[in-house]
Design a binder for this molecule. Structure first.
Ligand code: OGA
Ligand code: MN
Length: 193
């Protein structure tokens, strides 16, 4: 079953090797360059004008993928456009736009159980996360935990090149703490306002 079809069957999909090792490494380098350039900010929770830092609930720092782009970023945007149109053919979600940011979780940082639709906004129809962590081992922790129903969780390790995506509506999930730095790109395919 192609990963795209899992989204409609199961509500989530894991696509390993969505990126080559070289592409993932180039994106990690681009992330670190933006970090050195002071483009990362401590993530906040909440919506609209009402946001706050709660590091114990959400400990990552983020950086929106804004122009000017590195070549590896332009390539990624093209790959995601292809995925967006494939998902539009398979679902009737009317995915119109893409938002994405880099995320860096320092060791011990987590993101407590949450949903990705800030209050009063339901444009984020599909959530996705692309991982940039070469050599990640089970003992490093840091899995994404998806709550599938009251009795079932699905843990997804943040392996380089792996893309995970899921229907955002009502889908609770959390990021477990890791013992090493954890790098990723989080994004959403959105409907029109
Ligand atoms: C998020 C998120 C999951 C992950 O950024 O909203 O839930 O595995 N990320 O990084
Ligand atoms: Mn989330």
């Amino acid at each position: 079953v192609p990963a795209e079809a899992c989204l409609t069957l199961d509500g989530f999909a894991v696509h390993d090797d969505f990126l080559t090792a070289a592409h993932s490494a180039a994106l990690l380098e681009a992330l670190q360059q933006r970090c050195r350039g002071g483009q990362f900010n401590a993530a906040r929770i909440g919506a609209g004008a009402v946001t706050a830092r709660h590091g114990e609930l959400r400990g990552d720092s983020t950086c929106w993928l804004n122009a000017p782009f590195e070549a590896c970023e332009t390539d990624l945007l093209a790959r995601l456009e292809t995925l967006r149109s494939t998902l539009n053919e398979l679902t009737l979600l009317g995915l119109f736009d893409t938002e994405l940011h880099y995320a860096w979780y320092a060791p011990g940082m987590r993101y407590a159980r949450h949903v990705d639709q800030p209050q009063g906004r339901d444009q984020r129809a599909v959530s996705f996360v692309l991982y940039l962590n070469a050599g990640w081992l089970p003992q490093h922790g840091g899995s994404l935990r998806l709550f599938l129903d009251s009795a079932t969780v699905q843990d997804v390790a943040p392996l380089a090149g792996r893309l995970v995506y899921f229907l955002a509506e009502g889908r609770e999930h959390e990021v477990l703490p890791a013992v090493r730095d954890r790098f990723s790109i989080s994004g959403w395919f959105c409907r029109r306002e």
